[in-house]
Design a protein around this ligand. Structure first.
Ligand code: SAM
Length: 255
Protein backbone atom coordinates (compact mmCIF):
# COMPACT_ATOMS: atom_id res chain seq x y z
CA UNK A 1 0.00 0.00 0.00
CA UNK A 2 1.17 3.54 -0.77
CA UNK A 3 2.49 5.46 2.23
CA UNK A 4 1.47 8.82 0.74
CA UNK A 5 -1.71 9.69 -1.17
CA UNK A 6 -1.21 11.15 -4.64
CA UNK A 7 -2.89 14.54 -5.24
CA UNK A 8 -5.71 14.33 -7.76
CA UNK A 9 -6.43 10.71 -6.87
CA UNK A 10 -9.58 9.08 -5.50
CA UNK A 11 -8.89 6.40 -2.89
CA UNK A 12 -11.67 3.91 -2.21
CA UNK A 13 -11.26 3.00 1.46
CA UNK A 14 -13.11 0.11 3.06
CA UNK A 15 -13.86 1.23 6.60
CA UNK A 16 -14.74 -2.17 8.04
CA UNK A 17 -17.96 -3.12 9.82
CA UNK A 18 -18.28 -0.03 12.03
CA UNK A 19 -15.86 -0.36 14.93
CA UNK A 20 -13.09 2.20 14.31
CA UNK A 21 -10.57 -0.43 15.42
CA UNK A 22 -11.52 -2.55 12.41
CA UNK A 23 -10.39 -0.20 9.64
CA UNK A 24 -7.04 -1.25 8.13
CA UNK A 25 -3.77 0.53 8.90
CA UNK A 26 -3.64 1.74 5.29
CA UNK A 27 -7.24 2.92 5.42
CA UNK A 28 -6.69 4.97 8.56
CA UNK A 29 -3.50 6.46 7.10
CA UNK A 30 -5.46 7.54 4.01
CA UNK A 31 -8.20 9.19 6.11
CA UNK A 32 -5.55 11.09 8.08
CA UNK A 33 -3.91 12.41 4.90
CA UNK A 34 -7.03 13.16 2.82
CA UNK A 35 -8.05 16.64 1.68
CA UNK A 36 -11.64 15.44 1.28
CA UNK A 37 -13.55 12.45 2.71
CA UNK A 38 -16.94 11.39 1.32
CA UNK A 39 -18.55 8.97 3.75
CA UNK A 40 -21.65 6.86 4.21
CA UNK A 41 -23.89 6.18 7.18
CA UNK A 42 -22.36 2.73 7.75
CA UNK A 43 -18.76 3.95 7.61
CA UNK A 44 -16.91 3.98 10.96
CA UNK A 45 -17.79 7.59 11.79
CA UNK A 46 -15.39 7.81 14.74
CA UNK A 47 -12.56 7.53 12.20
CA UNK A 48 -13.54 10.98 10.86
CA UNK A 49 -12.08 12.46 14.06
CA UNK A 50 -8.70 11.47 12.62
CA UNK A 51 -9.07 13.81 9.61
CA UNK A 52 -6.94 16.90 9.29
CA UNK A 53 -8.79 19.90 10.80
CA UNK A 54 -8.71 21.72 7.46
CA UNK A 55 -9.98 18.74 5.45
CA UNK A 56 -13.45 18.70 3.94
CA UNK A 57 -15.94 16.06 5.06
CA UNK A 58 -18.98 15.31 2.92
CA UNK A 59 -21.83 13.05 4.10
CA UNK A 60 -23.40 11.16 1.23
CA UNK A 61 -25.17 8.65 3.47
CA UNK A 62 -27.85 6.41 2.15
CA UNK A 63 -30.60 5.70 4.65
CA UNK A 64 -32.74 2.71 3.59
CA UNK A 65 -35.89 4.15 2.00
CA UNK A 66 -34.75 7.58 3.17
CA UNK A 67 -32.60 10.52 2.12
CA UNK A 68 -29.66 9.83 -0.12
CA UNK A 69 -27.25 11.52 -2.46
CA UNK A 70 -27.79 10.04 -5.93
CA UNK A 71 -24.89 7.86 -7.07
CA UNK A 72 -24.34 10.08 -10.12
CA UNK A 73 -23.87 13.10 -7.85
CA UNK A 74 -21.41 11.16 -5.65
CA UNK A 75 -19.42 10.29 -8.77
CA UNK A 76 -19.44 13.96 -9.83
CA UNK A 77 -18.16 15.15 -6.46
CA UNK A 78 -15.36 12.57 -6.47
CA UNK A 79 -14.30 13.66 -9.96
CA UNK A 80 -14.66 17.42 -9.31
CA UNK A 81 -12.56 17.32 -6.15
CA UNK A 82 -9.89 15.10 -7.70
CA UNK A 83 -9.65 17.31 -10.80
CA UNK A 84 -9.09 20.25 -8.45
CA UNK A 85 -5.94 18.44 -7.31
CA UNK A 86 -7.30 17.24 -3.97
CA UNK A 87 -6.65 13.84 -2.44
CA UNK A 88 -10.11 12.32 -2.12
CA UNK A 89 -11.04 9.42 0.12
CA UNK A 90 -14.30 7.57 -0.48
CA UNK A 91 -14.95 5.93 2.90
CA UNK A 92 -17.56 3.20 3.07
CA UNK A 93 -18.61 0.57 5.58
CA UNK A 94 -17.12 -2.87 5.07
CA UNK A 95 -15.48 -3.29 1.70
CA UNK A 96 -16.27 -0.88 -1.16
CA UNK A 97 -16.63 -3.71 -3.67
CA UNK A 98 -19.14 -5.74 -1.60
CA UNK A 99 -22.51 -4.13 -2.31
CA UNK A 100 -20.74 -0.81 -1.96
CA UNK A 101 -20.99 0.53 -5.53
CA UNK A 102 -17.23 0.96 -5.38
CA UNK A 103 -16.93 -0.62 -8.82
CA UNK A 104 -19.21 2.00 -10.33
CA UNK A 105 -17.26 4.78 -8.66
CA UNK A 106 -13.97 3.35 -9.93
CA UNK A 107 -15.39 3.10 -13.46
CA UNK A 108 -16.76 6.67 -13.38
CA UNK A 109 -13.39 8.01 -12.24
CA UNK A 110 -11.52 5.97 -14.86
CA UNK A 111 -13.79 7.28 -17.63
CA UNK A 112 -13.09 10.82 -16.39
CA UNK A 113 -9.34 10.17 -16.40
CA UNK A 114 -9.11 10.35 -12.60
CA UNK A 115 -6.70 7.80 -11.05
CA UNK A 116 -8.16 5.47 -8.42
CA UNK A 117 -6.48 3.51 -5.63
CA UNK A 118 -8.25 0.84 -3.61
CA UNK A 119 -7.73 -0.01 0.04
CA UNK A 120 -9.88 -3.07 0.77
CA UNK A 121 -11.88 -3.29 3.97
CA UNK A 122 -13.12 -5.97 6.35
CA UNK A 123 -16.56 -6.82 5.04
CA UNK A 124 -19.46 -6.98 7.47
CA UNK A 125 -20.56 -10.17 5.67
CA UNK A 126 -17.85 -12.07 7.53
CA UNK A 127 -17.04 -9.78 10.47
CA UNK A 128 -20.53 -9.22 11.86
CA UNK A 129 -21.38 -12.95 12.09
CA UNK A 130 -17.93 -13.55 13.63
CA UNK A 131 -18.56 -10.93 16.32
CA UNK A 132 -21.84 -12.70 17.09
CA UNK A 133 -20.03 -16.01 17.53
CA UNK A 134 -20.97 -17.43 14.13
CA UNK A 135 -18.13 -18.54 11.83
CA UNK A 136 -19.21 -18.49 8.17
CA UNK A 137 -17.32 -21.76 7.59
CA UNK A 138 -16.57 -24.54 10.07
CA UNK A 139 -14.92 -27.84 9.24
CA UNK A 140 -17.55 -30.59 9.06
CA UNK A 141 -20.40 -28.07 8.86
CA UNK A 142 -19.79 -25.83 5.86
CA UNK A 143 -17.23 -25.90 3.07
CA UNK A 144 -18.13 -22.51 1.69
CA UNK A 145 -20.33 -19.47 1.97
CA UNK A 146 -22.31 -17.32 -0.40
CA UNK A 147 -22.90 -13.63 0.24
CA UNK A 148 -26.14 -12.52 -1.32
CA UNK A 149 -28.27 -9.41 -1.37
CA UNK A 150 -31.82 -9.72 -0.07
CA UNK A 151 -32.70 -6.25 -1.30
CA UNK A 152 -34.89 -7.67 -4.06
CA UNK A 153 -37.19 -10.54 -2.97
CA UNK A 154 -37.27 -13.97 -4.66
CA UNK A 155 -39.71 -13.99 -7.55
CA UNK A 156 -39.31 -10.29 -8.24
CA UNK A 157 -38.55 -9.73 -11.93
CA UNK A 158 -35.51 -7.66 -10.92
CA UNK A 159 -34.00 -10.60 -8.99
CA UNK A 160 -31.08 -12.42 -10.63
CA UNK A 161 -30.43 -14.67 -7.61
CA UNK A 162 -31.08 -18.40 -8.14
CA UNK A 163 -32.50 -19.01 -4.67
CA UNK A 164 -33.43 -22.58 -5.64
CA UNK A 165 -29.77 -23.29 -6.44
CA UNK A 166 -28.67 -21.70 -3.16
CA UNK A 167 -31.13 -23.93 -1.29
CA UNK A 168 -29.31 -26.98 -2.67
CA UNK A 169 -25.77 -25.60 -2.44
CA UNK A 170 -24.89 -26.99 0.99
CA UNK A 171 -23.16 -23.71 1.68
CA UNK A 172 -23.67 -21.11 4.36
CA UNK A 173 -25.81 -18.24 3.08
CA UNK A 174 -25.01 -14.76 4.31
CA UNK A 175 -27.83 -12.40 3.40
CA UNK A 176 -27.19 -8.66 3.44
CA UNK A 177 -29.96 -6.06 3.12
CA UNK A 178 -32.50 -8.81 3.72
CA UNK A 179 -34.53 -7.69 6.74
CA UNK A 180 -37.59 -6.55 4.79
CA UNK A 181 -37.80 -9.72 2.70
CA UNK A 182 -36.57 -12.32 5.17
CA UNK A 183 -39.91 -14.15 5.23
CA UNK A 184 -40.06 -14.46 1.44
CA UNK A 185 -36.42 -15.56 1.30
CA UNK A 186 -36.94 -18.32 3.87
CA UNK A 187 -40.09 -19.55 2.14
CA UNK A 188 -38.29 -19.65 -1.23
CA UNK A 189 -35.40 -21.59 0.27
CA UNK A 190 -37.68 -24.08 2.04
CA UNK A 191 -39.82 -24.57 -1.08
CA UNK A 192 -36.63 -25.33 -3.00
CA UNK A 193 -35.66 -28.10 -0.62
CA UNK A 194 -33.71 -26.47 2.21
CA UNK A 195 -34.67 -28.21 5.46
CA UNK A 196 -36.89 -25.78 7.40
CA UNK A 197 -35.10 -26.88 10.58
CA UNK A 198 -31.80 -25.43 9.25
CA UNK A 199 -30.38 -22.98 11.81
CA UNK A 200 -30.56 -19.26 11.04
CA UNK A 201 -29.32 -16.22 12.92
CA UNK A 202 -29.94 -12.51 12.39
CA UNK A 203 -27.29 -10.12 13.66
CA UNK A 204 -28.40 -6.49 13.86
CA UNK A 205 -26.28 -3.40 14.54
CA UNK A 206 -23.06 -5.39 14.49
CA UNK A 207 -20.06 -3.67 16.11
CA UNK A 208 -22.23 -1.29 18.10
CA UNK A 209 -23.27 -1.44 21.76
CA UNK A 210 -26.79 -2.19 20.56
CA UNK A 211 -25.72 -5.33 18.64
CA UNK A 212 -28.38 -8.01 18.88
CA UNK A 213 -28.53 -11.63 17.76
CA UNK A 214 -31.79 -13.42 17.05
CA UNK A 215 -31.49 -17.18 16.59
CA UNK A 216 -33.95 -19.62 15.10
CA UNK A 217 -34.47 -21.78 12.06
CA UNK A 218 -35.46 -21.20 8.46
CA UNK A 219 -39.03 -21.94 9.59
CA UNK A 220 -39.26 -19.24 12.24
CA UNK A 221 -36.38 -16.74 11.93
CA UNK A 222 -38.45 -14.15 10.02
CA UNK A 223 -41.15 -14.14 12.70
CA UNK A 224 -38.60 -14.09 15.51
CA UNK A 225 -36.73 -11.16 13.92
CA UNK A 226 -39.97 -9.26 13.37
CA UNK A 227 -41.11 -9.94 16.96
CA UNK A 228 -37.73 -8.65 18.14
CA UNK A 229 -38.29 -5.51 16.05
CA UNK A 230 -35.04 -6.01 14.13
CA UNK A 231 -34.19 -3.17 11.76
CA UNK A 232 -31.35 -2.63 9.27
CA UNK A 233 -28.45 -2.87 9.30
CA UNK A 234 -28.67 -6.59 9.87
CA UNK A 235 -27.14 -9.73 8.44
CA UNK A 236 -28.79 -13.13 8.30
CA UNK A 237 -26.73 -16.31 8.37
CA UNK A 238 -28.49 -19.46 7.19
CA UNK A 239 -26.86 -22.87 7.55
CA UNK A 240 -25.55 -25.27 10.16
CA UNK A 241 -22.95 -22.74 11.35
CA UNK A 242 -25.78 -20.47 12.51
CA UNK A 243 -26.38 -23.03 15.24
CA UNK A 244 -22.98 -22.22 16.72
CA UNK A 245 -22.34 -19.49 19.26
CA UNK A 246 -18.59 -19.39 19.76
CA UNK A 247 -19.00 -16.54 22.25
CA UNK A 248 -20.83 -18.89 24.62
CA UNK A 249 -19.03 -21.06 27.15
CA UNK A 250 -18.21 -24.60 26.06
CA UNK A 251 -18.04 -25.77 22.47
CA UNK A 252 -20.45 -23.13 21.22
CA UNK A 253 -23.41 -25.31 20.29
CA UNK A 254 -26.66 -23.52 20.99
CA UNK A 255 -29.27 -25.68 22.77
C1 SAM B 1 -25.09 -1.67 1.14
S1 SAM B 1 -24.54 -3.04 2.06
C2 SAM B 1 -22.86 -2.59 2.30
C3 SAM B 1 -21.98 -3.74 2.70
C4 SAM B 1 -20.55 -3.31 2.98
N1 SAM B 1 -19.94 -2.75 1.80
C5 SAM B 1 -19.70 -4.43 3.54
O1 SAM B 1 -18.79 -4.93 2.87
O2 SAM B 1 -19.92 -4.79 4.69
C6 SAM B 1 -25.27 -2.67 3.62
C7 SAM B 1 -25.67 -3.94 4.36
O3 SAM B 1 -24.53 -4.54 4.98
C8 SAM B 1 -24.93 -5.13 6.18
N2 SAM B 1 -24.20 -4.45 7.27
C9 SAM B 1 -23.22 -3.57 7.12
N3 SAM B 1 -22.73 -3.19 8.31
C10 SAM B 1 -23.43 -3.86 9.23
C11 SAM B 1 -23.40 -3.91 10.66
N4 SAM B 1 -22.54 -3.19 11.35
N5 SAM B 1 -24.27 -4.74 11.29
C12 SAM B 1 -25.13 -5.48 10.60
N6 SAM B 1 -25.22 -5.49 9.25
C13 SAM B 1 -24.37 -4.70 8.58
C14 SAM B 1 -26.43 -4.95 6.31
O4 SAM B 1 -27.06 -6.07 5.71
C15 SAM B 1 -26.63 -3.71 5.49
O5 SAM B 1 -27.97 -3.59 5.05
Amino acid sequence: MKQQLTPGTVVLVGGGPGDPDLITVAGLRAVRQADVVLYDRLAPLAVLDEMRPDAERIAVGKIPRGACTPQERINEILIERARAGRTVVRLKGGDNYVFGRGGEEAQACALAGVPVDVIPGVTSAVAVPALAGVPVTHRSLSQGFTVVSGHVPPGDPRSTVAWEALARSGMTLVVLMGVAHLGEICIALAESGLDAATPAAVVADGCSPSMRVVRGTVADIATLASDADVHPPAITVIGAVAGLDLNAPGDGWTP
